[in-house]
Design a protein around this ligand. Structure first.
Ligand code: SAH
Ligand code: SF4
Ligand code: F3S
Length: 459
């Protein structure tokens, strides 16, 4: 054990914690809400005197911020725990210690302290303010360690420090936690708890901080941002207040629930210049029968009507969606209805998943009766059709001139820049002296998959 541990005090609140040594490493799995929380976790630990390390090999504690949404996600994390254990064996030390945060911490709690995984610390999604004190105790080898801290609080006040790490140039701002919908397949209401709004003042203050630190773009985050409901302020009202912040140029948001994407909200999105015209509105299935079984609270006609209205109200709007194939009872006919939606909407991007039964959710009472090979083949057919529909839509963009903002150097080719349009299209531009954050006009010359290539009109 390292020397600094002797001077640590048990159970310090973050504000009381003295500067001390010790390195932590955070790995993030799952959705953007976890990315945001990982920033906040890092901020809390750094303020308490710990150093962030990108390398688990030299860390004193590794925190895994985890996801439970599908079995595959959990299995990946369990095998990662095994890999970190092997770092310990290689180093011949009891470190790095292993902590599990996020949705698996909430779902499995004390189970993670037993058996082959036996992690050292389990902290759930609403309890991160306890981390600095607990990490201190743990590194000091405190015997009376409270190693499992889970359960939901009433507030959503976790505020990420603004000096942070944007994702794709956009600063994440969680506006609420949890979810009040009860989609029958979904573990999230169990792991994240009921919907809890972050107060508008806190959201605005956080975004002003981001702008003051040089940020120009934010992504408002929540499982259903469109269901944001503060007394006297709905999501459309919040968007208007955020759009009034001087210096903020672009506002994105994730995820919109199709049911809450009502016309007045779409009018506001269309009217506000700084709100980006990109809607991530997961439909999950195109079959009304399956949508009812999923308890998604809209039908296919309502969804398509929403898309149609958005096209009229929001200039340049693009759409993306999530899909689940092989939900219990899904027939070939149901699946065909999903394929039709793909043809009708012409999404820019889709994220598709094989149904994965989650313990304790309502759909777990239904037989998981679509065989794995059928799920796999439906997934492949869905992606194939998307590629086909998209190839036509993307080819028609060649020759167009778009406004896009420079995100930074592209990974390939050497010297190229990666830009993004308001409607979330990625464009690679070669040549030209560009600066991150700069807005330029680009002429589209071609595309590969969802990435466009272009030349800068002004360089
Ligand atoms: N709140 C968002 C998304 C939540 S989880 C929404 O309502 O759309 C992200 C995606 O994971 C979901 O949109 C869904 O497509 C997928 N998903 C959730 N539970 C799943 C399960 N049990 N099996 C397969 N995919 C699932
Ligand atoms: Fe899960 Fe449905 Fe809530 Fe999305 S809206 S998080 S899919 S329960
Ligand atoms: Fe996964 Fe939890 Fe997000 S289950 S998708 S990390 S809310």
């Amino acid at each position: 054990m390292a020397d600094f541990q002797a001077e640590l005090q048990p159970r310090l609140s973050p504000d009381e914690a003295p500067a001390r040594g010790g390195r932590f490493h955070v790995e993030t799995y799952g959705c953007q809400m976890n990315s945001y929380d990982s920033q906040a976790i890092s901020g809390l630990l750094q303020r308490a005197g710990y150093a962030r390390s990108d390398d688990p090999d030299v860390a004193d504690i590794v925190l895994l911020n985890t996801c439970s949404v599908r079995d595959h996600a959990e299995q990946k994390i369990l095998s990662r725990i095994g890999e970190i254990r092997s770092i310990r064996r290689r180093r011949g030390l009891a470190q790095p210690l292993i902590g599990v945060c996020g949705c698996m911490a909430e779902r499995l709690g004390p189970e993670l302290r037993k058996g082959q995984h036996r992690v050292d610390l389990v902290v759930g999604v609403d309890r991160y303010e306890t981390l600095p004190g607990l990490v201190g105790e743990l590194l000091a080898g405190e015997p009376a360690l409270e190693a499992v801290v889970t359960g939901h609080t009433d507030e959503a006040r976790l505020v990420a420090p603004p000096e942070l790490y944007p994702v794709n140039n956009s600063h994440l701002v969680t506006i609420h936690k949890g979810c009040d919908y009860k989609c029958t397949y979904c573990i999230v209401p169990m792991t994240r708890g009921p919907q809890k709004e972050k107060a508008p003042d806190l959201i605005l203050e956080e975004i002003r901080g981001i702008v003051a630190a040089g940020g120009r773009e934010v992504t408002l985050l929540g499982q259903n941002v469109t269901a944001y409901a503060w007394p006297g302020l709905d999501f459309a009202g919040l968007l208007q207040k955020v759009a009034e912040i001087p210096g903020l140029e672009r506002i994105r948001f994730l995820t919109g629930h199709p049911r809450d994407m009502h016309r007045p909200l779409m009018d506001v999105i269309g009217r506000l210049d700084s709100v980006c015209p990109w809607l991530h509105v997961p439909i999950q299935s195109g079959s009304d029968r399956i949508l009812r079984r999923m308890k998604r609270l809209y039908d296919r006609a309502e969804y398509l009507d929403m898309v149609d209205y958005a096209r009229r109200a929001i200039p340049g709007v693009t759409f993306s969606s999530d899909f689940i194939v092989g939900f219990p009872g899904e027939t070939e006919e149901d699946f065909q209805a999903t394929l039709e939606v793909l043809r009708e909407v012409r999404y820019d991007q889709i994220f598709s998943f094989k149904y994965s039964e989650r313990p304790g959710v309502p759909a777990a009472r239904l037989a998981d009766d679509v065989p794995l090979d059928v799920k796999k083949s439906r997934l492949a057919r869905l992606m194939e059709l998307q590629d086909e529909v998209w190839a036509g839509a993307a080819a028609a963009c060649t020759g167009q001139v778009w406004h896009a903002v420079v995100e930074g150097p592209a990974r390939r080719p050497e010297g190229a820049w990666q830009l993004r349009t308001g409607n979330n299209r990625k464009v690679i531009v070669t040549g030209g002296e560009l600066v991150p954050g700069q807005g330029v006009a680009v002429r589209i010359t071609g595309h590969r998959n969802t990435t466009f290539f272009g030349s800068c009109e002004e360089c």
